[in-house]
Ligand binder design. Structure first.
Ligand code: NDP
Length: 443
């Protein structure tokens, strides 16, 4: 049995109760197989065995009191996966579906994504099964302060630098940063995605969505195409989706559908993004309310967005939101490019459909790396005690995305898998981390 197969089989048995983590490992190790098996030094130094085990997992209870005076308790997680190339870096997710498996899959992906950015950041991820939906301002603050009262001892500007993710935006980062500062008496860059008044970076809010579109545009350009004039559908209506939609429109694409966890809207004239932002960012409402702004639009309950005809699809909501059937529907309807804004939104089977049909497919760990890359730029600005202009950060972001595309394109070609950017991203991300781990010995 080959080295990669053995490690995957052993880890799959050992972590049998963690389906999302097994899915992420399967995707990465399967595509790494020819590359890693051909280099005996990896096996000699146990690189893959070490890579699939987090350096540290922290699980803790988060007690808090709701507005009715009732005691509540949630679980908090931080998985510090790999610090070979820099301090752990990765977001915090607050969503009722959060489990150890989900945090481990996100942390594992983060190692390779962060490596692809070319910046010195290791991989980590955290979160809680707390559901911010329907909670008051006071309840969210109370939860965040309690969460940080445990987490503060495990993070720090040179140790582990969390950020936002699903359910964690600028408001929650502010509460957690404030509590960290109060507990440690230290004002340091322990979070990214901070508010602009206390060390946040311009363009961080836009970065993941913008970066996704920059990388996709570069991929299209290399295949004689552009976003201009194309019909685009985007799942989700959160941070990543909104700014992917904004950049798409700036480049002349027409976004005709967006969604949330209840359903999706279709607007043949192009989505009115100001309306979506008002509904989701200000009112914290449901996407179905879009009909009040554009009566000619159509709202459909449920997860049918992938049956909408389009040229380009950007899944930007959550993991496994795009199934094999969805992928087949996209292909049948003439979609020729898919860029993953979310982490692992396509199932393994859906990814296979895209690759078999030679769809230009940009996997999440490359396509959505603009967020964490800009977070690393926020860390640089904090260390320098400087703040760069929006244009400066945006330009750096664009350069990083263009470089990521060049890296994954080259790695795919070298592996004899031209245009297979799944393989390209996994190999390019892995190489640097493996090299650093070998140089640092048995740690
Ligand atoms: P937000 O919380 O801002 O938005 C998430 C969006 O996805 C919302 O529209 C939400 O709908 C929808 N959604 C969430 N869960 C589900 C579900 N189970 N089924 C259907 N829809 C769902 O999160 P982000 O935009 O920050 O993150 C979106 C994705 O992008 C995640 O996979 C995240 O890991 C990834 N990502 C985010 C980065 C960032 O910088 N923010 C960086 C890199 C990746 P509703 O409003 O109904 O909850």
């Amino acid at each position: 049995m080959s080295y990669t197969t053995r490690v995957l089989e052993d880890a799959t048995k050992k972590h049998a109760s963690e389906p999302e983590f097994i899915q992420a490992m399967t995707e990465i190790l399967t595509t790494l197989k020819p590359f890693a098996d051909a280099r005996p030094a990896y096996e000699e130094m146990g690189i893959l065995e070490r890579l699939v085990e987090p350096e540290r997992i922290i699980i803790f209870r988060v007690p808090w009191i709701d507005d009715a005076g009732k005691f509540r308790v949630n679980l908090g997680y931080r998985v510090q996966f790999n610090s070979a190339i820099g301090p752990y870096k990765g977001g915090l997710r607050f969503h009722p579906s959060v489990s150890l498996s989900i945090i481990k899959f996100l942390g594992f992906e983060q190692i390779f994504k962060n490596s692809l950015t070319g910046l010195p950041i290791g991989g980590g991820k955290g979160g809680s099964d707390f559901d911010p939906k329907g909670k008051s301002y006071r309840e969210v603050m109370s939860f965040c302060q309690s969460f940080m009262t445990e987490l503060y001892r495990h993070v720090g500007a040179n140790t582990d630098v969390p950020a936002g993710d699903i359910g964690v935006g600028a408001r929650e980062v502010g509460f957690m940063f404030g509590q960290y500062k109060r507990l440690t008496n230290s004002f340091e860059g322990v979070f990214t995605g901070k508010g602009l008044t206390y060390g946040g970076s311009l363009a961080r809010t836009e970065a993941t969505g913008y970066g996704l579109v920059y990388l996709t545009e570069e991929m299209l350009k290399n295949h004689g195409k552009t976003i201009e004039g194309k019909t685009v559908i985007i799942s989700g209506s959160g941070n990543v989706a909104v700014y992917a939609a904004q950049k798409t429109a700036q480049l002349g694409g027409v976004v005709v559908a967006m969604s949330d966890s209840n359903g999706f809207i279709y607007d043949a004239n192009g989505i009115d993004l100001a309306a979506v932002k008002e509904i989701k960012e200000i009112k914290r409402g449901r996407i179905s309310e879009y009909k009040n702004y554009r009566p000619s639009s159509v709202y459909t309950e449920g997860r049918g967005i992938w049956n909408t005809k389009c040229d380009i699809a950007f899944p930007c909501a959550t993991q496994n939101e795009l199934s094999e059937e969805d992928a087949k529907a996209l292909v049948a309807n003439g979609c020729f490019a898919v860029g993953e804004g979310a982490n692992m939104p396509s199932t393994l089977e859906a990814t296979e459909v895209f690759l078999q049909n030679r769809i230009l497919f940009a996997p999440g760990k490359a396509a959505n790396a603009g967020g964490v890359a800009t977070s690393a730029l926020e860390m640089s600005q904090n260390s320098q005690r400087l703040a760069w202009s929006f244009d400066e950060v945006d330009k750096k972001l664009k350069d990083i995305m263009v470089n990521i595309y060049a890296g994954i394109n080259e790695a795919a070609k070298e592996a004899g898998k031209t245009d297979n950017f799944v393989a390209g991203a996994n190999i390019a991300g892995f190489k640097k981390v493996a090299e650093a781990m070998m140089q640092q010995g048995a740690v």
